[in-house]
Design a protein around this ligand. Structure first.
Ligand code: LP5
Ligand code: MN
Length: 285
């Protein structure tokens, strides 16, 4: 579904799925993607760059369910499918977003995935790609950045995770409501990345890949105008349920893939070069 060259795909990067029990079509679309990925013969890694879930209040919200509750839970098929992907030889790497920063390694252990730090540097040949969720780049959004400093502090998180589950669910709901209210009065430009923050992030690397802003695109960023230095910033898209007509719905997302090109050095030797591109992923539901 995502390529006409299944043999050449090496890595897939996604973000901003916002999965929850309230949007089963998004969950189905994610399962469809994982099914496709299992069929890719040389896929090495799947990266999830944050906001995989609409809200995550702690791993115990799933891990403490009874066997019967777990069997009926919407996450159980997701974990099963991801375990199959791991078994097929693909490593699954999970980064926190602003909505699911409480995901722990205990949850990722269920499918033998790895929680990765933010930012995360991926080296592809001689190219270093900086991957991050993207919210830290939105430095013009002062109220969010103040909130981020508090909520991402390890002491705050330690104290939050000690609160009873129901209290955490209530708090998450309050934060969502307050955030939606605040967002309605913020301009689009305030909620986008800040150019100086992007240049600072890009300077020591070759390329930047992030999500969060829900504005998928490939941008050329001028790093040094005098010396004509420009670098790429790739923005992943959020997963959206749309209705092209009344007879069906579909989920669309802009994801990133790396594909390998084989360069022959001479008759006996060849080198693989991996390149990154954004692609549209569409699933009819
Ligand atoms: O996610 P998105 O793109 O819609 O909005 C973000 C910023 N908002 C957030 C909040 C999340 O959306 C919702 C959080 C879900 C729950 C997470 C787990 C909770 C753990 C705690 C319980 C254990 O990140 C939004 C940005 C926007 O991106 C664009 O960059 O603008 O930021 C805000 O709107 C934040 C506000 O400006 C400040 C919010 C202060 C909240 C204080 C809550 C106090 C409790 C309420 C009491 C009435
Ligand atoms: Mn986000």
């Amino acid at each position: 579904m995502i390529t006409t060259r299944p043999n050449d795909i090496r890595r897939v990067v996604i973000s901003d799925l916002h999965l929850s029990a309230d949007e089963p079509a998004l969950v189905q679309a994610f399962l469809a993607l994982i099914n496709d990925l299992i069929a890719l013969p040389h896929l090495k890694e799947l990266y999830i760059l944050g906001d995989w879930f609409d809200a995550w209040v702690g791993d115990d919200n799933y891990l403490t369910l009874s066997n019967i509750e777990m069997r009926r839970h919407w996450l159980t098929p997701v974990i099963h499918q991801l375990s199959q992907l791991t078994l097929s030889g693909c490593q699954i790497k999970v980064m926190h977003g602003n909505r699911d920063f409480l995901i722990g390694q205990d949850f990722c252990d269920l499918f033998k995935g790895t929680l990765i730090p933010e930012p995360y540097l991926l080296t592809l040949g001689d190219q270093i790609i900086r991957m991050e969720h993207g919210d830290a780049l939105c430095t013009d959004d002062k109220s969010y950045q103040r909130f981020r400093i508090i909520i991402r502090n390890p002491i705050t998180q330690y104290l939050l995770l000690k609160r009873p589950l129901q209290k955490r669910l209530d708090l998450a709901q309050k934060i969502r409501t307050k955030s939606a209210l605040d967002k309605s009065s913020k301009s689009m430009s305030i909620m986008d990345v800040n150019q100086a923050a992007v240049i600072k992030a890009l300077k020591p690397v070759d390329c930047l890949l992030h999500g969060h802003t829900h504005r998928p695109a490939k941008h050329q960023v001028v790093i040094d105008a005098k010396n004509h230095v420009t670098k790429s910033r790739y923005v992943l898209g959020d997963w959206r349920l749309i209705s092209p007509d009344t007879s069906y719905e579909q989920v669309e997302a802009v994801i990133a893939v790396t594909t390998a090109e084989i360069n022959s050095l001479d008759q006996n030797q060849s080198a693989e070069r991996e390149s990154l591109q954004l692609v549209k992923f569409v699933v009819k539901t």
